[in-house]
Design a protein around this ligand. Structure first.
Ligand code: SAH
Length: 343
């Protein structure tokens, strides 16, 4: 586990070394060095070829539509699963690794090469309390991180580190994703808003906790890539069809679907955006990387409304004083937000 997201190679070396040593000690195959073969690769070329089609959907979005339309008939595709969603995060057997592996092999079509790595990572987080509830552990175990990590980072799909995904954005470290997810306490039917879709990995986990996931991304080509990836993955993971996606500035939330039970901000900011606070339900929870560039604390913010109507906020550092470095929360012009915007 790392504290700062400053240097990928250094952390990767440490993590690989740690994985190798622990592999030797326990006599297991090296999980992180397995040269795994993706079985459901989404060809990048295909995503690029779709850009022209996506541009039309984009124009519709900009003209006022909130989300592109999804029309994928996944039930007609071979190997497709009829059910995929929050119910699995309540029912999937996870008593032991063997039980889980065998259930996954019989019931899902995930690439088998990654399953053990995914289990090992989840187990680490359960032991460190970065995944607190069983449903959060199951949601983590259901999300195929291998599809959200870029092909050039092959071999690092389940390394506990952040990785670049282009456009200056990153896929967040799995432990930070786990911790932020578990802080939200999401129950089926809750409405959860994510700011910073990025790779789509975080929202894929959220889609196993509730079918009401809303996510906003500001970088247009990244939004298009992730939207395209989700459309491909929906053939195998129908839950992703329920993720509502929007291109835009998340500073202002998503008024149309507010209020939200939970809000997760995955870009760094030095204050709580007032519109997001307004769109959080009384009793709701927000988790965000709060602080100056390069070093934020992961804060849980709870909102209560007193009898006289005044708002009471309570804050808790969920990472025990450790700092992280998320990429900046920026506006349409690319300028990082600093201090609340007067509306
Ligand atoms: N949750 C992502 C993490 C992506 S990194 C994942 O699981 O991969 C943070 C993301 O926040 C970047 O993609 C960045 O473009 C986005 N971002 C930054 N400012 C934003 C804004 N104002 N509105 C929406 N997204 C924003």
């Amino acid at each position: 586990m790392k504290i700062f997201q400053t240097s990928v190679p250094a952390f990767i070396i440490v993590i690989l070394a740690a994985g190798w040593i622990s592999g030797l000690v326990s006599g297991l195959t090296l999980p992180l060095l397995v040269s795994a073969q993706l079985e459901q690769v989404v060809p990048y070329e295909e995503a690029v070829a779709r850009l022209a089609v996506e541009e039309a959907a984009q124009a519709a979005l900009e003209a006022g539509a909130d989300s592109p339309e999804y029309g994928l008939a996944y039930e007609t595709l071979p190997g497709a699963r009829k059910y995929d969603g929050p119910g699995l995060a309540r029912s999937m057997p996870i008593e032991t690794k063997e039980v889980w592996l065998s259930w996954m092999r019989n019931n899902r079509n995930d690439a088998p090469a990654f399953l053990e790595d995914r289990w090992n990572l989840a187990q680490d987080f359960v032991l460190s309390s970065e995944l607190k509830r069983p449903e959060d552990a199951r949601a983590f175990l259901l999300a195929p991180r291998e599809h959200f990590v870029r092909a050039r980072n092959k071999g690092l799909e389940y390394a506990d580190t952040w990785l670049p995904i282009g456009y200056g954005a990153t896929i967040t470290d799995p432990d930070v994703v786990a911790m932020m997810t578990t802080t939200l306490n999401i129950n089926p039917g809750d409405k959860v808003l994510e700011i910073g879709t990025g790779s789509g990995y975080q929202s894929s986990i959220l889609s196993y906790l509730t079918s009401e996931v809303y996510t906003i991304e500001i970088i247009k080509p990244l939004f298009i890539e992730t939207d395209s990836l989700y459309r491909d993955l929906e053939k195998f993971y129908p839950a992703y069809g329920s993720i509502n996606r929007k291109l835009g500035d998340g500073y202002y939330g998503w008024e149309k679907y507010a209020p939200f039970d939970q809000i997760i901000v995955t870009c760094a900011i030095d204050h709580i955006p007032p519109p997001l606070l307004r769109q959080l339900k009384p009793g709701g929870v927000m988790v965000l990387p709060l602080g100056p560039p390069g070093r934020q604390y992961i804060m849980e913010v709870k909102k209560e409304v007193a009898e006289d109507g005044s708002i009471i906020l309570s804050r808790r550092d969920v990472y025990n004083g450790l700092r992280v470095s998320f990429i900046p929360f920026r506006d349409e012009a690319g300028t990082s937000y600093s201090g609340p915007v007067t509306e």
